[in-house]
Design a protein around this ligand. Sequence first.
Ligand SMILES: Nc1ncnc2c1ncn2[C@@H]1O[C@H](COP(=O)(O)OP(=O)(O)O)[C@@H](O)[C@H]1O
Ligand SMILES: [Mg+2]
Length: 371
Amino acid sequence: MTDEFGSGDVTYVEFPAAVSGPAMGPATIATFARPVGCGRTRGSSTAQRNGDCPLIGRSPEMLEVVERLRRVAPSVAAVMLIGESGTGKDIAAQLLHTQSARASGPFVSVNCGAIPANLVEAELFGYERGAFTGAVRQHQGYFERASGGTLFLDEITEMPVALQTKLLRVLESGHIVRVGGTEEIAIDVRIVTATNRLCDTLVRDGLLREDLFYRLAVFLVGLPPLRQRGDDIELLAQAFLARLNREYGTAKRFDPATLAVARTHTWPGNIRELKNCVERSYVLSDGLVSLDVHPVPDVASEVPFSGDGVRFPIGTTMANAERDLLLATLRHCGGNKRRTADMLGVSLKTVYNKLEGYGIAAPLLRAAGER
Ligand SMILES: Nc1ncnc2c1ncn2[C@@H]1O[C@H](COP(=O)(O)OP(=O)(O)O)[C@@H](O)[C@H]1O
Ligand SMILES: [Mg+2]
């Protein structure tokens, strides 16, 4: 237990554990080795987005997760991360990589939901020159680019079923063939996958082939929703505030009453929502920070939304169904419009336009988080 955020009452379990060596100031402790060797391409990103963030938490639920990640990281076994949006799946995937023997290799993160269905195969396995119109040169897919490192397949259930069959074949055979090619190329990747769907719906609802599920979920790690993490809510809020204070050279503090309110909020967008909420509240306050814990206030609360789904009675118009779906997704994403757009398979602009069409105040929603 350490206090790295400069606030007397903050303790947290740090994962990865602090490395010994030169003095670990707050700036260094918040940084862990960045994966190298991967470029940014459509549907994929490097780990740098979250690369400066330790996994904060001390609730029993989180300690169990940390312990599991610690044990699993060094092995090459496939890991599936399951948790609601914003619970820390990306960060966990990066930690699995940086704490493995492959840490010096590339970490390639692919959002399966962000690649057009007809391009998934070519993007994953690569293609040869002339394989299809527009294939003007040979192209290495994510499998090849992640060679020697970790391939993180995020939102795995968004992968078209036909591709799931191919993926299974690749994993079983240990080699890929580029689209339009014949050469068998041995793969050398550790696979980590993530989904925000409920575990027991994955196979039952046909989101994942059963055989692929067992292949990918050699280890299952469930990331608990923030509302089940008790004291972690305050811990995280304090950590995010401390980080802002450090960044801007300020000494703002939470109004104690606001932390009690934070505990009763359900945090549908989990840590992402909390982080955005702290940032927004920080900017809006002078010295004493009050959390504005309703980032997407009531605009979506009339939508029949329960955890993972939306219900429409028969007779709902297409326009209303679309509105309810968009607002429920926005709420699920903690007000993050970019993620909402990604999840719905539309552009960010479309989300903005729709919201504007619904007469929902732009500043309010903009405040709800934009990362
Ligand atoms: N345990 C944690 N400690 C600190 N920050 C966290 C933790 N879990 C998540 N975060 C932060 O919350 C945000 C959402 O996390 P992310 O890993 O992207 O969630 P997911 O992939 O499950 O949607 C990121 O900014 C991340 O850095
Ligand atoms: Mg994610």
